[in-house]
Design a protein around this ligand. Structure first.
Ligand code: PMP
Ligand code: GLN
Length: 393
């Protein structure tokens, strides 16, 4: 996160400044550059889901405060989604909670489960709100760094094991992983699960990119592994799965005690949100398999287009197995400071990207890595590639 003079903000938040996504989207607007920085699609999700929202608005469903845990139709649909895709059974009344996007789910989970002074282990590079929410909860963040290995950023299980201390309260996981595009394997997750059971840890797992996996990568929800259902808070979001990032409909599934804990924090954050959109997302969750297959195929083609273009432009590319981001190494272009590179890129090539260094405790570890989003129209990606190729000289 970038820092700026903030005379009033308290010590817990002082280090965070303005989120990189806001900074980079503002840079794109200011310069007219193509925005491959902040991860949001430039086309909306399915028409029938939009229509469902319009219908809910018109029919007066959700225009007043919906119930605190979320509308029954959506909670039932979320439980149905977990059963349909993963064979996980959750009671819609006691084991499902609707939140204002995954962002609120992460915040409420950390605020509810972390005692001041507890250590929270997060995979580094980490999504920026994790660090801020751990700080707001009074916790101490302990990063475990994913490191490049054979073309992908991988988790070192020994490092993870060594990071656990008597003060570790929970593991905050994210798979498919933003910004690296890594999808943790069943073997890796099994080892994580064994560690969590052995050390009696809670796990909060951010799975917002659960449906965005490519080729032979498999998304394995941590809660499906032995011993994990009762200690895992799983987080999902309609933003990524249905291309409605502005609706901010997310959810938590977990055992009743964990959901009750998260709800106790959530009720004092937003209380409720997105009334009519909740009904629309309930319908979206019931879309046939063909929706998911087509969406994945479309994004895979876009991943391939942008990855190939970046490679031709001279970047080293970490081909993502999931998400809609591709991380690159800029050193083959003769530079190594991702921050400086991203700040200059709109002028040099008319494209905006995000420096991964902002997702690291030790920015030097992430310095040469730069993230590009490919959830954009094909013509936009083609134009971005054309512009980026000028970097190769
Ligand atoms: N977690 C990760 C890993 C993300 O990339 C994002 C951004 N989309 C979020 C959470 C936030 O999701 P939402 O927009 O549903 O709050
Ligand atoms: N998740 C999006 C990303 O990683 C951004 C969401 C946001 O701006 N908070 O780019």
């Amino acid at each position: 996160m970038t820092s700026s003079a903030r005379p009033f903000v308290n010590r817990r938040l002082a280090e965070f400044g303005t989120t990189i996504f806001a900074e980079m989207s503002a840079l794109a607007v200011r310069t007219g550059a193509i925005n491959l920085g902040q991860g949001f699609p430039d086309t909306d999700g399915p028409e029938e889901v939009r229509e469902a929202a319009v219908r809910a608005l018109r029919d007066g469903r959700g225009n007043q405060y919906p119930p605190g845990p979320g509308v029954a139709e959506l909670r039932t649909a979320i439980a149905g989604h977990q059963r349909r895709w993963y064979g996980l059974t959750y009671d819609p009344d006691t084991e499902v909670l609707v939140t204002a996007g995954a962002t609120e789910a992460v915040a409420a989970a950390l605020l509810a489960l972390v005692e001041p002074g507890d250590e929270v282990i997060a995979l580094e590079p980490y999504y920026d709100s994790y660090a801020a929410c751990i700080a707001m909860a009074g916790g101490t963040r302990v990063p475990v760094t994913l490191r490049p290995h054979e073309g992908a950023f991988r988790l070192d299980l020994d490092e993870l094991r060594d990071a656990v201390t008597d003060r570790t309260r929970l593991l905050l996981l994210n798979t498919p992983h933003n910004p690296t595009g890594t999808v943790l394997t069943r073997e890796e997750l099994t080892a994580v699960a064994e560690l969590a059971v052995e050390r009696d840890l809670l796990v909060v797992t951010d799975e917002v990119y659960e449906h965005l996996v490519f080729d032979d990568a498999e998304h394995v929800p941590l809660a499906t592994l032995p011993g994990m259902r009762e200690r895992t808070v799983s987080i999902g979001s309609a933003g990524k799965t249905y291309s409605f990032t502005g609706w901010k409909v997310g959810w938590v599934t977990a055992a009743p005690g964990l959901v009750a804990a998260v709800r106790s924090a959530k009720q004092f954050l937003t209380y409720v949100s997105a009334g009519p959109f909740q009904y629309a997302v309930a319908e979206a969750l019931a879309l046939p398999d063909s929706y998911f297959t087509a969406y994945r195929a479309d994004l895979r083609a876009k991943r391939d287009l942008l990855s190939a273009g970046l490679q031709e432009a001279g970047f080293a590319v970490f081909r993502p197995a999931g998400t809609y981001f591709v991380t690159t190494d800029i050193r083959p272009l003769g530079v190594s400071d991702g921050f400086a590179f991203c700040r200059a890129l709109p002028e040099r090539a008319g494209v905006v990207a995000v420096p991964n260094a902002v997702f690291y405790d030790h920015p030097e570890a992430g310095a040469p890595f730069v993230r590009f989003a490919f959830c954009k129209r094909t013509t936009v990606l083609e134009e971005a590639v054309r512009r980026l190729k000028t970097l190769a000289g």
